[in-house]
Design a protein around this ligand. Structure first.
Ligand code: 5GP
Ligand code: ZN
Length: 119
């Protein structure tokens, strides 16, 4: 989709540090990391947010989560903790309107549901 930074990253017309890619997902390093490890799992298909995913293919969501789990485990090690976050909608802190899942790790995270304000 034109004017979508994540679509441009997927098309490789915009730069990014790619950690992993397959036919469905791209994993990149966040440009403004909130934690020492801050990755984004981005579907190649443009969905504006989680709300645009239809329920006819629940396995797709499973593959998204399992991809995040696999990459997090590889990066963090089997004993390290990590947090997965999907901000959905502007009032929830979503700023890029192409579905993505944050992987946050590398320092103790406070017991909070929000990711902003952790700096
Ligand atoms: P959101 O706030 O929508 O949940 O998360 C968007 C994330 O994308 C933010 O953490 C922001 O730092 C990151 N981001 C925005 N633009 C770019 C970019 O051009 N490259 C990379 N690697 N990350 C970006
Ligand atoms: Zn997009």
């Amino acid at each position: 989709m034109e004017n979508c930074i994540f679509c441009r990253i997927i098309e490789k017309t915009a730069p990014s540090e790619i950690i992993y890619e397959d036919e469905e997902f791209l994993v990149i390093r966040d440009i403004h990391p909130l934690t020492p490890l801050h990755l984004l799992v981005i579907p190649r298909r443009h969905f504006t947010s989680l709300n645009e995913l239809d329920e006819s293919d629940p396995a797709y969501v499973g593959r998204l989560i399992f991809t995040a789990r696999r990459i997090a485990s590889e990066q963090v090690g089997p004993k390290g903790g990590y947090r997965l976050v999907i901000n959905t909608g502007e009032t929830a802190g979503q700023s890029v309107f192409h579905l993505h899942l944050h992987i946050l790790s590398g320092r103790p995270l406070i017991s909070s549901l929000i990711t902003r304000g952790l700096r």
